[in-house]
Design a protein around this ligand. Structure first.
Ligand code: PMP
Length: 436
């Protein structure tokens, strides 16, 4: 990509280049609920950056903690070494973790967390004498990042089209039925039996070949797809019955998005492994963490033979600056009650979003906590065009939304106030009325 002055950069996803060149959107600053574009306009952040800036932008406490840490200890090797902040951060995380998931493995991103969890699952199965269990199961329309493990279990065929995938992976049918669920606020009442698709996969491949099944409790980046009531419980039961580990990818749902610290808390279903990133450090430092049941940790880490089963770790695992950012982030979450803010504000959010049901093109509205998906009827000649137009229009008028296909996704920082919600809805209504 190049900016207006012709400077080149190569970090943007290649697929975005064409559109980006036509309408560059450069961000210069950020504070609280707002970005500022490089031409000085305020842009209300309806997406918490990329689902990550849960405590809002420009939190001085986090940047000061990072600066202080970098002055004191800028880097520590993650193999055979440690430092106080990594232990303190792991300890603090284990205290807010869903019951039993109190062993923490640090990574550098969501994708690394996913690959780490998948490797842990296979290594653990082997450590307990289940070495034939190497198959990994994902779900259609699941997004698990861009590592090889992540694209293999990911349910977006296009993302793995040109790459070899790990052998043997399979995918559950997804959870969402727009015809049945349109406009019903909250979790769909029907459809828990979709979890029985895991039985089909077990019958097809044999339970003794399957290590784990990974799902986003609420699929985020593919359009905010809410599971039917009871779906995750049922998936847990089926996985247990067949000795299959259950992994929740909480890279988006973790750290308060649904109005509870984690989706596992919200749904009352505890997985065996849980992947996180994004809100872990308020998006300030690239970092992820995998939460594991203690028995899984112990089976892999208690003896030298076992530890060799899982040679794994990253140069930046438990980076001092990341841990400092994360600790300051957890302080803010706790002091401002942000991890449960969506439980109270969620009703206002839901009702406000549902006023858009009469807006042009809208065919479904899904909300939970402080996340929303608004699905538009696609233009027959150009799928995705309507949502993209809304995105450009909103940005130009001062609102950042996210679109995937013809679905608009919203996930504001959890410090959002009712007045911001009103603004988001009013802007969206205007934008929808302007698109063809
Ligand atoms: N899992 C989920 C559910 C995600 O939403 C994402 C990123 N949007 C990832 C994994 C990958 O995270 P990262 O981009 O930090 O690698």
């Amino acid at each position: 990509i190049s900016n207006n002055s012709g400077m080149q950069a190569y970090w943007m996803p290649f697929t975005a280049n064409r559109q980006f060149k036509a309408a560059p959107r450069l961000l210069a600053r950020a504070q609280g609920m707002y970005y500022q574009s490089d031409d000085g306009r305020g842009v209300l952040d309806g997406t918490a950056g990329l689902w990550c800036v849960n405590a809002g932008h420009g939190r001085r406490r986090i940047s000061e903690a990072v600066a202080e840490q970098l002055d004191r200890l800028d880097y520590a090797p993650s193999f055979q070494m440690g430092h106080d902040k990594a232990f303190e951060f792991a300890d603090r995380l284990s205290r807010i973790a869903p019951a039993g998931l109190d062993r923490i493995f640090f990574t550098g991103s969501g994708s690394e967390s996913v690959d780490t969890a998948l490797k842990i699952a296979i290594a653990y199965q082997r450590a307990i004498g289940q070495g034939t269990r190497t198959r990994l199961i994902g779900r259609e329309r699941g997004y698990h990042g861009v590592g090889f493990g992540g694209i293999t279990v990911g349910g977006i065929v296009n993302n793995r089209r040109v790459f070899p995938t790990l052998t043997g992976a399979d995918h559950l049918r997804h959870t969402h039925d727009p015809d049945r669920n349109a406009f019903s606020p909250g979790l769909p009442e029907h459809g828990a039996e979709l979890a029985d698709d895991l039985e089909r996969i077990v019958a097809l491949h044999g339970a003794e070949t399957i290590a784990a099944v990974i799902v986003e409790p609420v699929a985020g980046s593919t359009g905010v797809l809410l599971p039917p009531k009871g779906y995750l419980q049922r998936l847990r039961e089926i996985a247990d019955r067949h000795g299959i580990l259950l992994i929740f990818d909480e890279v988006i749902t973790g750290f308060g998005r649904l109005g509870a610290p984690f989706a596992a808390d919200y749904f009352g279903v505890t997985p065996d492994l849980m992947t996180t990133a994004k809100g872990l450090t308020n998006g300030v430092f690239p970092m992820g963490a995998v939460f594991a049941r203690r028995a899984i940790h112990d089976a892999l880490m208690t003896g030298p033979e076992n530890a060799i089963e899982l040679f794994h770790g990253y140069t930046y695992s438990g980076h001092p600056a990341g841990c400092a950012a994360g600790l300051a982030t957890l302080d803010i979450y706790a002091e401002e009650g942000l991890l449960t803010r969506g439980a109270t504000l969620g009703d206002y959010w839901r009702d406000a979003m549902h006023t858009l049901r009469a807006a042009p093109h809208v065919i479904d509205i899904r909300t939970l906590g402080l996340v929303a998906g608004i699905e538009l009827r696609s233009r027959p000649d150009a799928a995705g065009a309507r949502a993209y137009e809304a995105f450009v229009d909103c940005f130009n008028r001062g609102l950042l939304i996210r679109v995937t296909g013809d679905i608009i996704a919203l996930s504001p920082p959890l410090i959002v106030e009712r007045s911001h919600i009103d603004t988001i809805v009013a802007q969206l209504r205007d934008a929808l009325s302007r698109i063809a």
